[in-house]
Design a protein around this ligand. Structure first.
Ligand code: NAP
Ligand code: GDD
Length: 461
């Protein structure tokens, strides 16, 4: 049974939060509450009671503001806005169609902290009160949730109080497959289902079950070099797979908004006169992967126009992190340089050092994905840093951070060259910044520093 407790320390806050999250004892409250006539409550500005088992543990009253917003003002043991929040939440959830409104005394900093940590947002201030609101949970489905971007996006959405669903494709080694999302999975923060973009029935099945508000299509065979080895597979997954998803949404969950993970690889070697690629730059892909992504990009635009579906294309330039697959060049170089610095490896076999890329951090880029789906009108947006570096720059920075000269360790290996190379990428994100207010936190250097530290820690340094 819950006991009331005066809140005086961080520990108490944690305790209260876990009561709020875990308690399932609020039902008596709204059974009692449902019997009440709201107009009577409003008139008397009184009173409903909160019970724990049969014991009354607090009370509150309803009030109105000028614009007729209902407010639940909660009083427990003399502490306005504090107490057994689950009861409050359950009662008010019942009242406001899933949106929960409450008020907190401005001088009650502890209550404010608690509700903020439970994803309540301040929507209004009066002289004495903060009016806070928590919207009913938005449901998101992320295909490829166990990939680099999927794992960061899942964390972002959980922090925004979403109900997060994700698809994983069957793999014989489940341990490594889930490594990026282990924490979320083991703490019950995400719901996982098997599905494959090439298996439309599996997509229909999960979409009908979840009926997501937002779908983030991140699943793909995403490696450009591999797409030359497996072009048909890549076209099936990265191209037709998107069409399978669109058809499935159209059939069973047409209200869902869709984010499509489009790519700067679609531009190929086309560059605008000022040296940048942007939304209007012509697309001339130079890899099976790029061609498949152009198909997906176009079919998304087609479904948007033909059926009025709410689909956004995010044209993202390269983005990396410690969670990046180690067969992509950034994490391959960083991991190898750290191993070399620790005497665990002698050489780094690498391909084209002259190619340049616009490298950002995946954590920043998943914010852009989310921002797109919150915008009014479906559209296409480039997401990039606007700064370009060569693979040589990448090697130089990383090895020198570890006190080494990259030239002493690299071996140029034909195996890592592509039959056709995309030489330069540099993106202009003005549209994303101006329309949606996207800002980037990381630079090329801070991102690499984070990756270097990750691998040093991994190897116990
Ligand atoms: P990633 O780490 O390779 O993740 C791809 C995800 O797709 C993984 O979860 C993978 O599962 C899953 N997947 C692969 N084949 C599938 C299939 N047939 N059906 C269902 N799921 C499948 O890629 P990322 O870096 O997170 O990128 C996310 C998306 O953005 C991709 O579509 C990528 O092409 C695109 N993109 C990435 C960048 C970038 O620089 N990172 C830039 C532009 C666009 P397994 O791990 O089990 O194989
Ligand atoms: N992977 C890899 N391995 N690339 C190498 C190597 C090597 O040993 N040596 C040189 N490179 C060069 C590649 O030729 C390429 O020019 C550049 O490094 C970057 O390669 P990747 O890190 O494999 O990324 P990508 O640019 O081909 O593709 C990534 O970015 C795209 C967006 O532009 C992927 O994440 C794609 O999914 C994404 O769409």
């Amino acid at each position: 049974m819950l006991k009331q407790k005066k809140i005086t320390s961080e520990e108490d806050i944690e305790l209260l939060k876990s009561h709020i999250e875990n308690s399932s004892k609020g039902t008596k409250t709204f059974r009692y509450f449902e019997k009440r006539d709201f107009s009577v409550l409003q008139k008397h500005k009184i009173t409903f009671l909160y019970f724990n088992n049969d014991e009354c543990v607090g009370y509150g009253h309803l009030d109105t503001e000028e614009d007729n917003v209902w407010l639940g003002v909660i009083v427990f043991d003399g502490h306005n806005g504090m107490g057994y929040g689950k009861y409050i939440v359950k009662s008010l959830t019942n009242c406001y169609d899933g949106d929960i409104l409450l008020s907190v005394d401005k001088d009650n900093s502890i209550a404010l902290k608690i509700y903020k940590s439970l994803s309540f947002k301040i929507i209004k201030e009066t002289e004495k009160l903060y009016i806070m609101k928590k919207s009913k949970k938005i449901k998101a489905l992320v295909t490829g949730i166990n990939g680099q971007d999927g794992s960061y996006l899942a964390e972002l959405l959980i922090n925004k109080n979403y109900e997060v669903w994700g698809t994983v494709k069957r793999n014989s080694v489940s341990e490594t497959q889930s490594s990026r999302i282990e924490n979320l999975r083991d703490n019950g923060l995400i719901n996982l289902e098997y599905a494959d973009l090439t298996d439309m029935a599996s997509l229909i099945s999960i979409l009908s079950k979840v009926q997501p508000d937002e779908v983030y299509n991140l699943a793909a065979q995403s490696h450009v070099r591999v797409s030359f080895d497996q072009p048909i597979y890549t076209a099936n997954v990265t191209g037709v797979g998107t069409l399978n998803l669109l058809e499935a949404v159209r059939m069973v969950s047409p209200h869902s908004k869709i984010y499509q993970a489009s790519s700067s690889e679609m531009f190929g070697n086309t560059i605008d006169e000022d040296g940048y690629q942007r939304e209007t730059t012509p697309m001339n892909p130079v890899s099976p992967y790029g061609c498949a992504k152009v198909f997906s990009y176009n079919i998304c635009r087609n479904y948007r126009n033909a059926y009025g579906m709410k689909i956004w294309n995010g044209i993202l330039f390269n983005h990396e992190s410690p969670r990046r697959g180690t067969n992509f060049v950034t994490n391959k170089v960083v991991k190898a340089a750290v191993r070399i610095s620790l005497g665990l490896q002698e050489k780094l076999h690498i391909g084209n050092l002259d190619a340049s890329r616009d490298w950002g951090h995946a954590k920043d880029y998943v914010v852009a994905m989310w921002l797109m789906l919150q915008s009014e009108k479906p559209n296409d947006y480039v997401c990039a840093t606007g700064v370009s570096h060569t693979v040589r720059d990448l090697c130089e920075y990383t090895f020198s951070k570890l006190g080494l000269d990259y030239k002493d360790y690299i071996v140029i290996d034909k195996k890592h060259f592509r039959p056709e190379e995309l030489e330069n990428l540099k993106g202009d994100s003005s549209k994303l910044k101006n329309d949606l207010g996207w800002v980037q936190e990381y630079t090329f250097e801070t991102m690499l520093d984070e990756m270097i530290n990750y691998w040093l820690k991994y190897y116990g340094k």
